[in-house]
Design a protein around this ligand. Structure first.
Ligand code: ARG
Length: 616
């Protein structure tokens, strides 16, 4: 990313080198104290520590180097005589201030123990915004391949809100990383090979009702819904019965093994169950606007399992334990107990860890990614620790391949407990979306929005508001934190919500349309003044928010930025004349700022998986 802070870091880095200091210590960032300066660099403190010198002396050296370097390095035609150096030891500040419009910095100050505070000139700021393609987001090159695993629904079961967070966070990361130039493969990685399927298939066969499965028409929505309904009710019943009855339990286990050996009729029934489930899932994910590149599941890697385990046995990584085959993954440095990862149970069935390891074998073979990232519930952290250790131990992945479990917290109800239906049951994802859409419609009514639309357009706007509400409420939190799903709050058009951002974006859109209707071309130069500066500075921070989101697999940084931008625009709009501005060049400049704000809001929301309606 060549964000403004990167450019400034390079420049200050050069001053460090000039002053004989290590430039790696330089990281210019947006100031924590906007009342004091726009940007800050704390590198002088680190450099002083290394050199065992006074940090203020070091900072002074950097500032001198900066001003010395300036004419030749980054300011064309700088009028050196117009630079005013102010050295005020008493006040503890050293700064230079210039009124030269061609300068890059308008003010450089040393503050406190050795912070270097930086302000840039309006001219440089305008120039930066005008020249930056893609808002300063430069795609990484060469493109690196990444596999993102953010699905995980189990087939034959209705998708529930537990799958919501994985989908929302993962889909957003896929969009953000793709925009930054990564070659991202999103995999749904369905749970389609576990004991729950053995149990279900055994139940159909015992009841002689397998035709319910086999006669289902995958192309027909009603037929798909009917079987999904049947399986959804059947599984808990069968599972409950198996808990009470040893014979049923044994039957389910045996059926699972036969299924995993691809024996008929088990495998045939399973194939149909899977096809029907995929059709149902695609519909639900479609409603959420969540996409995947790969529709694979645990079963797809079945054929990798035997050779993988064989290899692990040969090399001594896998050992027999009580009839089962396991990989011991504990290490002396552990401060908690890490149990061995089970490859084969005593009855020969494979486990969750087995399929995850084999999936890594497949991903390396087919895609050779530099990163594999799992957006999965935080509570599975032990599982991923075991899997990652096992594949590293068995040399299935290279040391330089990153394996990350990007875990997330729980979505709770207002009672602080995991979100449930009013009756205390598991809330289905479909029902949640429906509930949010109804609420969004009521909100539109209240705010007297979308009132002149026909039913179809209004329905589309309500759906977009609902999805914006659900996704933004989720993504704005730190990934690991639990959060409370409060439908009233998150659908509001006020506050830190998705609907608020949509509303602001639509407002700017309509302002720009009005300008275009009045014959404005919106293509003038930027001429920034006092009232425009804050918004213009904010607009430079978009790439930084993306970089932070990528670094931590944490889209809340982008949410934070977009919310600040919407608020920043609001104050700009309140304080400045735009269409009513008499000064023509100022009017053009402000329309440009509106346009860039609008583009960034729309692009940023799209990267969160949120679509802005044309009007509202
Ligand atoms: N199917 C699993 C579950 O419902 C989630 C799968 C997550 N992805 C993975 N590669 N393990 O808990």
């Amino acid at each position: 990313m060549t964000s403004l802070t990167h450019i400034l870091s390079d420049i200050v880095g050069e001053a460090f080198t000039h002053a004989g200091l290590p430039k790696e210590l330089v990281q210019v960032r947006v100031s924590d104290r906007p009342d004091l300066a726009q940007f800050q660099c704390n590198g002088a403190m680190a450099a002083a520590k290394q050199a065992k010198k006074n940090p203020r002396e070091i900072a002074k050296k950097v500032c001198s180097a900066l001003t010395e370097l300036m004419p030749g390095t980054f300011i064309e035609d700088l009028d050196v005589d117009r630079i005013e150096y102010v050295l005020n030891e008493e006040k503890g500040s050293f700064s230079y201030i210039t009124s030269d419009p061609n300068a890059l910095f308008s003010e450089v100050t040393i503050a406190g123990p050795g912070f270097i505070n930086l302000n840039i000139t309006d001219a440089y700021l305008a120039d930066y915004l005008e020249k930056r393609e893609n808002y300063g987001v430069t795609p990484i090159s060469p493109s690196e391949k990444v596999v993102l695993d953010y699905g995980g629904p189990n087939i034959a079961k209705a998708m529930h809100v537990g799958h919501l967070r994985a989908a929302i966070i993962g889909d957003s990361l896929r969009r953000i990383m793709s925009y930054a130039g990564y070659d991202v493969l999103g995999d749904v990685h369905m749970g389609d090979w576990g004991t729950h399927l053995g149990m279900l298939i055994a139940d159909y066969l015992r009841e002689g009702e397998e035709s319910l499965v086999l006669d289902t028409d995958v192309e027909d929505e009603a037929s798909v819904a009917k079987l999904m309904e049947d399986m959804g009710a059947r599984y808990p019943k069968a599972s409950g019965a198996a808990k009470e009855n040893e014979d049923l339990k044994k039957e389910a286990q045996e059926t699972t093994v036969k299924l995993q050996n691809k024996e008929q009729p088990y495998y045939g029934i399973w194939e149909k169950i899977r096809a029907v489930s995929v059709a149902g899932m695609k519909k639900t994910y479609g409603k959420l606007g969540v996409e995947f590149d790969l529709w694979k599941g645990e079963a797809d890697v079945h054929d990798y399992i035997a050779p993988m385990v064989e290899d692990m046995r040969e090399k001594g990584w896998a050992v027999e334990s009580d009839g089962a085959w396991v990989v011991p993954v504990a290490s002396n440095e552990d401060n908690k107990k890490i149990p061995p990862m089970i490859l084969y149970k005593r009855d020969g069935a494979v486990m969750y860890g087995t399929t995850d390891c084999a999936t890594i074998v497949e991903r390396v073979k087919l895609y050779d990614p530099v990163k594999m990232v799992y957006v999965v519930d935080q509570r599975q952290s032990l599982h991923f620790e075991q899997v990652f250790r096992a594949v590293r131990k068995a040399d299935i992945v290279n040391d330089n391949v990153e394996l990350t479990h990007a875990g997330f917290g729980t979505m709770n109800g207002k009672d602080g407990k995991p979100f449930k239906t009013r009756e205390g049951g598991v809330m289905r994802l479909e029902d949640l979306i429906k509930m949010a859409t109804e609420k969004a419609e009521a909100r539109l009514d209240e705010a007297n929005l979308a009132s002149d639309m026909d039913e179809e357009e209004r329905g589309d706007v309500a759906h977009k508001v609902a999805i914006a509400a659900i996704k933004f409420a989720d993504l704005q939190n730190q990934r690991q934190a639990d959060y409370v799903f409060d439908l009233d709050r998150l659908t509001s058009f006020e506050g830190k919500t998705g609907p608020y951002l949509l509303y602001q974006a639509v407002r700017i859109k309509s302002l720009l349309n009005k300008a275009k209707d009045a014959g404005e071309k919106i293509d003038g130069d930027l001429a920034l003044g006092e009232g425009d500066r804050d918004l213009a500075l904010l607009l430079t921070q978009f790439p930084d928010s993306l970089q932070l989101s990528i670094n931590g697999y944490a889209p809340h940084h982008l949410c934070e930025y977009l919310h600040k931008l919407a608020q920043g625009f609001s104050s700009f709009y309140g304080n400045c004349h735009i269409l009513s501005e008499n000064d023509e060049s100022l009017k053009q400049s402000r329309l440009q700022l509106c346009q860039v704000t609008m583009n960034q809001l729309e692009k940023g929301l799209e990267l969160l998986g949120i679509l802005v309606p044309a009007r509202m």
